[in-house]
Design a protein around this ligand. Sequence first.
Ligand code: SF4
Length: 687
Amino acid sequence: MSGGVRTTCPYCGVGCGVQVMKTQAGNYEISGDQQHPANLGRLCVKGAALGETLGLEGRLLYPELNGERVAWETALDETARRLQGIIAEFGPQAVAFYASGQLLTEDYYVANKLMKGFIGAGNIDTNSRLCMSSAVVGYKRAFGADYVPCSYEDLEQTDLVVLVGSNAAWAHPVLYQRLVQAKQQRPQMKVVVIDPRRTATCDIADLHLALRPGSDAGLFVGLLNHLHNVHPLTGDLFEGQTAALESATGWTPAKCADFCQLDLADMQTFWQWFSEAERAMTLYTMGINQSSSGSDKCNAIINVHLASGKLGRSGCGPFSLTGQPNAMGGREVGGLANQLASHMNFEPADIARLGRFWGSERIAQTPGLMAVELFEAIGRGEVKAVWIMGTNPLVSLPDSSHVAQALANCPLVIVSDVVRETDTSRVATVRFPALAWGEKNGTVTNSERRISRQRAFLPAPGEARADWWIVSQIAQRLGYGDAFGWQHPHEIFSEHAALSGFENNGTRAFDISGLANLTREQYDALEPVRWPVAACGNVAFKSWRPGGKFQLLPVEPELPHAVADRLYPLILNTGRIRDQWHTMTRTGSVPRLMQHINMPFLEIHPHDAKRYSVTDNKLARVISRSGALVARVQVSENPLPGNVFVPMHWNQQFARKGQINGLVESVCDPHSGQPESKQTAVRIQAL
Ligand code: SF4
């Protein structure tokens, strides 16, 4: 390999460009791609360690049926036969896909096309449901489209950055580095961190508001009221304007400070800074989205940007940071069960349009099951076949012991993965060996709508194959061969791009039809590009709602479902740590990434440590109504009294003492279906 290969990091939604060079000794040197606009040469420690994750130890390299290696033909034929039998006997609703923000857009597109376009049910959902589905609802309600109206460059042009429910320093490290640099270059740029817990992100904060967990909507509804008092909104600017302003009226400073348990003066300082800033951005992630009222929290944030005009121009906007490398690509291809491909909806015109484009009369007519309800339906025996691609729901879904029971009783569990032994793959009937990062070829979209290429620089090991190929093989065996006959991912990308422009005429925000006719060489050479890339020229940001106005949504702030009580007196918060990724199947194998933090910890305030007789550095058991976990105690003033924190990553393989999502209950936002993973009532026991 001469000159190296430019590709994209497979971890978080920052989407950093990576340069890979092969050394004379045969190793791969990883560095940041200087030309990639997302990171401009930077990498965080996870990205920099990618070269240490390329070994084949633990890889799934051959197809398996009931734990035995079989030939591809056997695995594919048998899987198709069983799927066909289940569809014939119980109908298409008895089949489901559960996909992942780790998949490439091309893989995702093919899985969605098979499920919603040809099997004919809406049942394809994704682990991105756990990550940013509330943000999608927020944008769609406000703008009429799932459009993230910000870029990373905006951070270098703004006057105020508000980070809410985001520990970007650990979860989006390179973005945080950009922020640190922007602050160094323009110290007058203010940074406000809104988080019940003191995190590494607070190091650059001019103001940290450690509000009552889950009370964020109260803070932003109060801010809307404040903005209206300072500069009254006159005229009929927004849909829902009167109702939203009226519902905010009662949220006086005193009421908000009480609701959020904040110092009144600090809270008003934030409001004043936001109101007076010429440009402001609000960055938010799981602390907002993973909530039983996450969608409303997103709209409470968007409302203040709409009402103050801090939107649609540089240095402004409500910016949802996605957790995964291709959560955005999944949204684009319809990977969420409640939407169709190319950001289309389950509306008659969209269903008919998709049928015309795909040449199918079997398009799903209604939304499918969202992640938590999907596994509940598996548990009830209603869904009898599930194909899990690139994710480990037995660890990552809330109430994971019920997920385990559901999968154990599911007649057909198909797993496509790169790792042979995961908690989920152990219960699989069929295991398909998928290509890993460095071996597969396609595109991903990062948080700022930037499409980048992931390029292969390694040969396919064993008999591993691309996810799109595996799904296409099954589609052909189910009788849909003509629609699944691609030979290379560039053909899939072209079809996806063409669909985005099909009968669009500016009615849909997602339009990359300008990329529909790339040759294979052009696709291979594709530079990172932010959508829209419409064939008719770029589409300006606007409201795509009927009537053309943005919507201010009335929001009634709610507190989390879980409350502390006598038996479970503490509230558990969960989140990422800096050097691990998700369920650690990749990063957990890198010794230097384990040096940062090598076991699950329980962060607890000194008052609570004393009260519950747990000691720094000793073990304690964390117990909820659904499960338990052992962790090392870390006494710290970072959490508020009454609250504890445990990282989300450790699974059975690494902890062997329980896993965090076994503790979390599956209470979901009614609009987005996103679970409230940030709030669980627990008690602790010294060991
Ligand atoms: Fe990878 Fe995210 Fe780190 Fe960038 S910030 S190198 S995308 S993990």
